[in-house]
Design a protein around this ligand. Structure first.
Ligand code: ZN
Ligand code: ZN
Length: 262
């Protein structure tokens, strides 16, 4: 199984990383993508991937971190490192516009998309209360596929994402009681177009809700999907692992021998 979106460099996880990675392995979580959020912590995130065989990472600046600044040329150089398999997380988040105004977010998003284009890397989209703007911008770009991480939007928007050739990723949010409508999306997405993630340390699935999340809990996301789609956890694990390697081609190359043995 793969946790396609974790933040292993965050406080609380990083200090206990050895135990957390051990427990992920024991739970059958064989691969983890640790996703960057801001310029300052990118070197730490890359070093985590470089120091752990089964971890790869992404490089990118989250809309909330526009204010911290970034050096585009530097990010392009870092994106070419062996263990960097994606650009992310990038996108728009209009929930907290006072933190970063819309126009700055859009400027940052386009800059991050230019890294994906130049490095020919897939990218990880963070989208909150901004779907029309994100969709409009993405429609202009003929660049590699992306994944809309922690999807909580409608079936209608899921269709638009899939029609553009992108993937959807489900997090622990699907296990929350209030997520009834989201389960329609879980039923709707075809076998070959979705991933699973924790977004840890946030969004721990039921029954760990409110506590720190960790990659081992991606199992609970897979269990929930298996139940909703009336299939086995083994099947969900297999297809989401395949989808992960189909989207993140550099990871497939990185772990080719092991992946062939799965
Ligand atoms: Zn996010
Ligand atoms: Zn995240």
């Amino acid at each position: 199984m793969v946790d396609s979106h974790a933040h292993l460099f965050f406080d609380g996880i990083y200090q206990d990383l050895d135990n957390i990675l051990k427990s992920a392995k024991q739970s059958g979580v064989n691969y983890i993508l640790t996703v960057s959020t801001d310029s300052k912590t990118i070197p730490l995130n890359i070093s985590i991937a470089e120091n752990h065989d089964n971890v790869c990472c992404s490089v990118g600046v989250h809309p909330h971190h526009f204010i911290d600044g970034y050096d585009l040329e530097e990010l392009i150089i870092l994106s070419k490192k062996t263990k960097v398999v994606a650009v992310g997380e990038i996108g728009l988040d209009y929930h907290y516009q006072d933190q970063t105004p819309k126009s700055d977010q859009i400027h940052l998003f386009r800059a991050m998309l230019s890294i994906a284009t130049q490095c020919n890397l897939p990218y990880i989209i963070h989208s909150r209360e901004c779907f029309d703007d994100i969709f409009c911008i993405l429609s202009e770009y003929k660049i590699p596929s992306s994944v809309f991480h922690c999807y909580t939007d409608s079936v209608e928007n899921a269709k638009k994402i899939l029609d553009l050739g992108h993937f959807i990723s489900f997090s622990g949010v699907i296990t929350f009681k209030k997520s009834i409508d989201l389960l329609d999306v879980v039923r709707y997405v075809p076998d070959d177009r979705f991933l699973i993630e924790t977004d840890c340390p946030y969004l721990a699935p039921v029954p760990h809700r409110g506590k720190p999340n960790e990659p081992a809990f991606v199992n609970l996301v897979a269990e929930c999907i298996a139940e909703v789609r009336k299939t086995s956890v083994a099947h969900i694990s297999k297809i989401t692992t395949n989808n992960f390697f189909n989207l993140f081609q550099k990871a497939k190359f990185l772990w080719k021998e092991k992946y062939d043995a799965v």
